[in-house]
Design a protein around this ligand. Structure first.
Ligand code: SF4
Length: 404
């Protein structure tokens, strides 16, 4: 009875361990904080520069002079230390790392809470604070308590107009925002083979919204095919009678388009019930749903139509941006009236490029709708790209099944 986390970490749940970190990534915000701690340590040498990644995404491009100066300092440090450096426009750290920088079985630590996204590859991926990241830079290792695991056993197929984001919001609602604190979530069952990598990334991305340490899929043919795009290969992993502390069964046929309502990620209502709710802004992007496939589904709905509310689209990475340009879906989005921003987090963190005003309401494909996150006094509903696009056309929350 061994879970995937126990296999990767090489110890039973509950054990405290020290382990070598295979990939350690930070963004512009946490990277500069980690550097401050690193400098206080007397600027020792990085234990393993080739495992360190710095990716500019949160305030990218810089939103003011102070940010620009801090980013210049971290840029200089990155080049001096010969770490992997991704400047403005490269994309969101989790998405950039998913583009050929993570392999099954690895231990991946990010200085960002949504680092659990990369468990989609069958890696143990989790987030730490900037001080811990500085420790990893210096030692090449981190400490962990091996988590217990809740298993999500998936069956059935998604119905038309229902997306992996609807599954993500539905499983968070089932667990509650603290329902899986310091646990791993494993997604298994007959339906996992039908879930593409972009769906797996969305599902693992939201694991932390239930308090989980990480979310994981077993590496399989889908994983191998995806990694093949980057000339990488990986052995498949298989469940070995894992000992879950809790099992949850989810039939995908039962799911419907949903929204998380203000101000909790775990409180959902069907898009049909919310239909007619007026919105001021739609945001399609983020590490949850800013991938090419997300933009393509939105564009399929918006092509040849016009949005009724301001609609901001931010590709998750330069690769997504380029592909959307080459296939023409970016032009479809722009012709429909969308504003397209440079790859990165965009307005998700409420710092720039689409912050809301007091009393305004946004519909967003992000992962968090906490009070004041994207603008003081504003309210946010979370949904899939398809629901977001359908709602943008009508200027109010819309059940996407009415338009797809
Ligand atoms: Fe965080 Fe949003 Fe950026 Fe994701 S897109 S890393 S949730 S700020």
């Amino acid at each position: 009875m061994v879970t995937l986390s126990e296999k990767i970490l090489g110890a039973p749940a509950g054990t405290y361990i020290d382990r070598k970190v295979d990939r350690a990534f930070s963004h512009d915000g946490t990277g500069i904080q980690a550097k401050i701690v690193y400098d206080r340590m007397g600027s020792p040498r990085l234990a393993n520069p080739s495992s360190v990644y710095i990716i500019y995404d949160h305030l990218s491009p810089a939103n003011n002079s102070q940010t620009a100066e801090l980013q210049a300092e971290l840029r200089q440090f990155s080049r001096h230390e010969h770490v992997h450096f991704f400047d403005i426009g490269s994309g969101i750290c989790h998405q950039v790392m998913s583009e050929g920088h993570v392999l099954p079985g690895e231990i991946v630590i990010g200085a960002d809470s949504h680092s659990c996204t990369l468990g989609a590859f069958g890696a143990f991926a989790t987030g730490v604070g900037a001080s811990d990241m500085a420790g990893i830079w210096v030692s090449g290792e981190t400490w962990l308590r091996v988590p217990d695991t809740t298993g999500f056993i998936l069956s059935g197929d998604l119905q038309k107009g229902v997306e992996w984001k609807d599954l993500a919001l539905s499983y968070i609602a089932r667990l509650g925002m603290d329902g899986a604190t310091y646990q791993a979530l494993e997604f298994t069952g007959e339906s996992t083979g039908t879930i593409p990598m972009e769906g797996r990334l969305t599902l693992c991305n939201m694991a932390v919204e239930a308090g989980a340490k990480t979310g994981l899929f077993y590496a399989d043919k889908v994983t191998a095919r995806y990694l093949g795009r980057y000339n990488l290969s990986a052995d498949e992993q298989s469940p070995d009678d894992p000992g879950y502390v809790r099992e949850e069964f989810l039939d995908l046929d039962d799911l419907e388009p949903v929204c998380a309502v203000p101000h909790r990620v775990d409180t959902i209502q069907s898009a049909g019930c919310l239909a007619g709710t007026p919105i001021d802004q739609v945001f399609i992007g983020t590490c949850t749903n800013g991938r090419y496939e997300d933009l393509a589904r939105a564009a399929a709905i918006l092509k040849g139509k016009q949005v009724r509310v301001r609609t901001i689209v931010v590709p998750a990475s330069m690769q997504d941006y380029l592909k959307a340009t080459k296939t023409g879906i970016l032009a479809d989005l722009i012709q429909a009236g969308c504003v397209v921003g440079p790859p990165g987090c965009g307005p998700c963190l409420g710092a720039h490029m689409g912050v809301l005003g007091e009393g305004e309401v946004a519909l967003s494909t992000a992962n968090r709708n906490f009070k004041n996150r994207m603008g003081i006094g504003a309210s946010y509903y979370l949904c899939s790209p398809t629901t977001a696009a359908a709602s943008a056309i009508r200027g109010e929350i819309t059940d996407p099944r009415e338009v797809v």
